[in-house]
Design a protein around this ligand. Structure first.
Ligand code: URP
Ligand code: ZN
Ligand code: ZN
Length: 464
């Protein structure tokens, strides 16, 4: 099957130019001007006049079916990746979970089973490490070889995912030998627990207590502590879901010292704020960790994204219905499952920043696709429009407006964090390894088309 995408503006992280893209089977085989006139034939031609042709989005932070707070994130690999495709995302990297006392592989196998035969677009895995022992340290090397080269550890969630400093340090040292990357959830969990108990004791049981207890300085403190651990271990480090300017300050200072420290932020920290948490129990829709911050933090995050002090926008997609799931925390915000939906909205929300003049369209492609592809060992197979790359392609209409709403989205969750927000731009045609999976608002893909992506090491390791 040969597909010709003609007359579009090819937008890459490095620059934009008019051209045609020829897909044969699963890969891009030719790029040029007016390929049809040059005699190139195809089974199907997609007219991209007036549209952008971009590499499919890569969401490097999702949690399909994550067990949390006595329930499970609602999207499965089928519903979540289908929603991702509608939103122009053609690869996700989800977090497999090791429960305490379990080998890493046991957790990873569970995630393979959840995804295989169900995902609609391609997927990879990061490994959440809840236990750092001699055995799990040795297993890390094996996982790197199997294409799961990064490991998330937490200074948050005591009793669940929390790791003390010595465990984090040992895991970091292991990546010095195996080339893997440590991903950190940096908040001071034990101190937050004290503050959260204090809020409840003072009668603050609504979701706003979640935001008040999780002080932004405790994200800054944990971030700078973890950076120092990485410096001593002599390894790079990546921070997931960065939300606070204090954390950003620590990150920028480290980068100025020459430390290989990278971070992602998420649309919720750019567009939403503590005010959303303050709307009585309705604020439960916005309970995630780190929490939504006051608006001054978002100003700093936008600037950092523009300057490349932040490298990636992921979603931390972790959807729980408001009715029946978020409601588990009525009367005690500590029992509200943490997480928000967003996998479908990310590409459009960050394109809105292009419309608003905050980012260039090339930077948009960088932070939603090329950047994560490079950091997470998928480049140049993914994250780029280039001959030989997987034909994960979005024909994106930069002028089509639509309104974000739970009544029209495809995520399996009963609310949208952005209900009623109008955005300019939308994915018209989405190809996943050459297959048209979404066209003009219709799903044309197939459950099980998505394949496991065996990832390599981050770009820095290949260079070094
Ligand atoms: O609130 C969040 N972020 N839930 C998902 C788990 C995590 O920490 O990423
Ligand atoms: Zn986290
Ligand atoms: Zn997460």
């Amino acid at each position: 099957m040969r597909t010709l995408i003609a007359n579009g503006l090819i937008v890459t992280a490095d620059g934009s130019y008019p051209g045609d893209v020829l897909v044969d089977g699963e890969v891009i085989v030719q790029i040029g001007v007016d390929l049809a006139a040059a005699g190139v034939t195809a089974d199907e031609t997609i007219d991209a006049t007036g549209k952008y042709v971009i590499p499919g989005g890569i969401d490097a932070h999702t949690h399909m079916e994550l067990p949390f707070g006595g329930t499970f994130a609602k999207d499965t690999f089928e519903t979540g990746t289908r929603a991702a495709a509608f939103g122009g995302t053609t690869s996700i990297v989800d977090f497999a979970v090791q429960s305490k006392g379990q080998p890493l592989h046991e957790g990873l196998d569970v995630w393979h089973k959840k995804a295989e035969g169900n995902a609609v677009v391609d997927y990879g895995f990061h490994m959440i490490m809840s236990d750092v022992t001699d055995a799990t340290l040795a297993e890390m090397d094996q996982l790197v070889a199997e294409g799961v080269p990064d490991f998330k550890l937490f200074t948050a969630y005591p009793g669940v995912f929390f790791s003390p400093d010595d465990h984090i340090f040992r895991a970091m040292r292991q990546t010095k030998h195996n080339g893997g990357l440590i991903l950190m959830h940096a908040e001071n969990g034990p101190v937050i627990d004290i503050l959260a108990a204090g809020q409840v004791a003072a009668g603050v049981t609504d979701p706003i207590g979640h935001g008040l207890a999780r002080d932004s300085r405790l994200e800054g403190e944990a971030t700078s502590r973890v950076i120092r651990l990485a410096e001593v271990a002599g390894v790079p480090v990546y921070f997931v879901h960065m939300s606070a300017k204090e954390a950003l300050d620590a990150l920028m200072a480290a980068r100025n010292r020459g430390v290989m420290a990278w971070a992602e932020t998420c649309p919720q920290y750019l567009y939403l704020s503590l005010d959303d948490l303050g709307d009585g129990f309705n604020g439960a829709k916005f309970v995630c960790s780190p929490p939504l911050r006051t608006k001054d933090h978002a100003v700093e995050l936008w600037n950092a994204l523009k300057r490349d002090d932040l490298q990636v926008v992921g979603t931390d997609h972790c959807p729980f219905d408001f009715h029946g799931q978020k409601e588990l925390g009525r009367g005690d915000f500590r029992k509200i499952p943490n997480g928000l939906p967003g996998v479908e909205e990310r590409v459009d929300l960050i394109h809105q920043a292009v419309v608003d003049g905050r980012l260039t369209k090339e930077r948009w492609v960088q932070v939603v696709s090329t950047g994560p592809a490079k950091i997470f060992g998928m480049y140049p197979r993914k994250g780029v429009i280039a001959v030989g790359a997987d034909a994960d392609i979005v024909v994106y209409d930069p002028n089509r407006s639509h309104v974000l709403s739970a009544s029209t989205h495809h995520m399996d969750v009963d609310y949208s964090c952005y209900e009623g927000m109008a955005v300019q731009g939308g994915s018209d045609v989405v190809l996943s390894r050459g297959m048209v999976v979404v066209k003009d608002g219709e799903f044309t893909g197939r459950k099980g088309h998505g394949m496991f992506v065996k990832r390599g090491l981050a770009d820095y390791a290949r260079l070094g």
